[in-house]
Design a protein around this ligand. Structure first.
Ligand SMILES: [Zn+2]
Length: 206
């Protein structure tokens, strides 16, 4: 085993059944293919803690290769304390969870490596559409390199991109997203010809 300075290697074994967890060096979330348990690596503590991981059954089936890509999903309860904008006054909370003035819903944050634009687009479209899907436990989870703490920061970025995209000129905002109960949902994506992919739930191509 190679020694890296400042990096402690911890054995990646399922805490529940002892099965060796299959993971990439950059992964921070692991799925046990033996007993279907999920774990997140908490780096500050060098510790793995249980996290719920489910695999979504696609709504659309395609004849190409399917891979599962991870999203963090939070329960959100958004509070906007103040919002200064020039121009027309639009609603404080509009179109975040697909319906006007709805404060609570599921907030989606892509947790795999992709461009910032894809993260914004997928986070926005999944959060807006509040998709309902059936879940299974079996599957292979690819590349969850984003921790739940990082996902909270990315949720801010997605939320602010929604706010800044409204027709009034946003100057200042104070808010809290009230994120809680993080869990991982693995979303099926189909490979398109070339390097693109399309998700099998709402059909966003990246
Ligand atoms: Zn296990």
């Amino acid at each position: 085993m190679t020694e890296h300075s400042g990096l402690r290697l911890i054995p990646l074994k399922c805490k529940k059944c002892g099965y060796l967890l299959n993971a990439d060096t950059r992964d921070v979330v692991y799925y046990c293919g033996n007993c279907d348990s999920g774990f997140e690596l908490i780096n500050e503590k060098d510790e793995i803690v249980p996290v719920n991981i489910d695999f979504a059954i696609p709504n659309k089936n395609m004849d190409t290769e399917k891979i599962y890509l991870p999203f963090w999903v939070f329960d959100a309860d958004i509070k906007i304390n103040s919002r200064d904008a020039a121009g027309s006054i639009t609603g404080f909370i509009m179109n975040i969870f697909g319906k006007e003035d709805k404060h609570g819903g599921k907030f989606y944050v892509p947790a795999f490596e992709t461009s910032l634009e894809n993260i914004r687009k997928l986070g926005l479209e999944f959060t807006k559409s509040q998709p309902e899907f059936n879940m299974i436990k079996k599957g292979k989870l690819n590349g969850c390199s984003c921790s739940s703490k990082d996902a909270e920061k990315i949720a801010d970025f997605i939320f602010l991109s929604i706010e800044a995209g409204k027709s009034d000129m946003l100057k200042n905002i104070t808010y809290s997203l009230g994120l809680s109960s993080p869990k991982v949902i693995a979303v099926p994506f189909y490979k398109l010809s070339g390097s693109g992919m399309i998700d099998g739930i709402i059909g966003i191509s990246i």
